[in-house]
Design a binder for this molecule. Structure first.
Ligand code: ATP
Length: 326
């Protein structure tokens, strides 16, 4: 009922009478009044006048379906958002829902993650109400070995969204981090369940530091937020909706054409290309210059002896030689 009332109030610039709301929703006027008060407890600013009814003055910057939908232009990404105050990890929840048959484009969002994960079992911190943590479940008919391209697609979508909403010069540190002014504002974690020939589901987890103003000691030298870089608060719901808008466009193209149409843009967003990098995998470490990204999304690294290695994103970390991303 809360969402229906918000949608009704939003449709009108002026006041909506309690009677109209109770008629349309088929509930008593007391029930309407109680729900309005609950919404006020949730930081909605709603004016009421005994003659005219209710008017929505301001909505909180929360990441619920009803708050994100005014900014959405998608057909299926983010049209069904399962919203939580707190979760251990949105990827875990999206995975469980995918196992139960969740449809393509289902999104799980949490205002706080207590056990947010990065790659290789690393921790991803998600302070309450100032970050965005969400996971999208998809089931593309592509080969399992092409699935890592989705990480690049999502990185591109996040980059576009940040640039569009804030004007900040967001860049991509291959394969899965978004960087602003040399520090990380977003991480992407792609997890897949597949058989040899067929993908059952993929969960794309995204954590964006939007209005975070303080980071734990161990990551503050590599982490930043849109707010810290811009010097003012950023609309979280707009950023998240814009990521969905951009992702859907890129993903539809990816399913048809692979990565080839975004490669030029992806390379232009890259902080990695042209840099000396250290590639760290479970079995080995080596240094070289990142000289290209292939149409399959592999990083081409030129070693000192002149030979080149194509690096698969899977289990490697890439470090700049003179700093996290430089
Ligand atoms: P790296 O960033 O080292 O190349 P990675 O891309 O595999 O590795 P992720 O899995 O994306 O890293 O993220 C986990 C790492 O990101 C953690 O080890 C920590 O250093 C850092 N981190 C954790 N939380 C945040 C955050 N909110 N903002 C920025 N960085 C974070």
């Amino acid at each position: 009922m809360k969402d229906k009332i918000i949608r009704m109030l939003r449709q009108k610039d002026g006041y909506v009478s309690g009677e109209d709301i109770s008629d349309v929703l088929g509930v008593s006027r007391t029930a309407v009044w109680k729900t309005i008060n609950t919404l006020r407890d949730e930081e909605y600013i709603i004016d009421s006048s005994s003659r005219k009814g209710y008017k929505l003055i301001e909505s909180p910057d929360v990441l619920s379906q009803v708050e994100i939908e005014p900014y959405l232009s998608t057909k299926y990404i983010g049209r069904n958002i399962i919203y939580y105050d707190t979760l251990d990890s949105t990827n875990n929840k999206a995975r469980d829902m995918a196992i139960e048959g969740a449809e393509e484009g289902l999104v799980v969002i949490a205002e706080e993650q207590t056990k947010g994960r990065g790659r290789l079992g690393r921790v991803w911190t998600t302070p309450k109400l100032s970050s965005a943590a969400f996971s999208i479940a998809v089931r593309p008919s592509i080969k399992p070995e092409d699935a890592s391209g989705l990480t690049l697609i999502m990185g591109d979508a996040v980059c576009r969204a940040i640039r569009k909403v804030t004007g900040l010069n967001a860049k991509i540190k291959w394969p899965n981090d978004i960087i602003v002014n040399g520090k990380k504002v977003c991480g992407i974690l792609t997890e897949m369940n597949a058989e040899i020939e067929r993908i059952n589901y993929i969960v794309l987890g995204v954590g964006i530091n939007i209005n975070v103003d303080k980071f734990p000691e161990d990551i503050k030298h590599i982490a930043t937020s849109l707010n810290l870089e811009l010097g003012k608060l950023v609309s979280r719901k707009e950023i998240v909706a814009e990521v969905f808008n951009e992702f859907e466009m890129l993903y539809d193209d990816f399913k048809e054409n692979g990565l080839k149409n975004i490669m030029d843009e992806f390379k232009s967003f890259s902080v990695t290309l042209g840099k000396k990098v250290r590639v760290i995998s479970i079995n080995e470490e080596f240094e070289g210059e990142a000289i290209d990204i292939t149409d399959d999304g592999l990083l081409v690294v030129k070693l000192e002896d002149g030979s080149t290695r194509n690096v698969i994103s899977g289990d490697v970390s890439v470090r700049g030689i003179s700093g996290y991303a430089e």
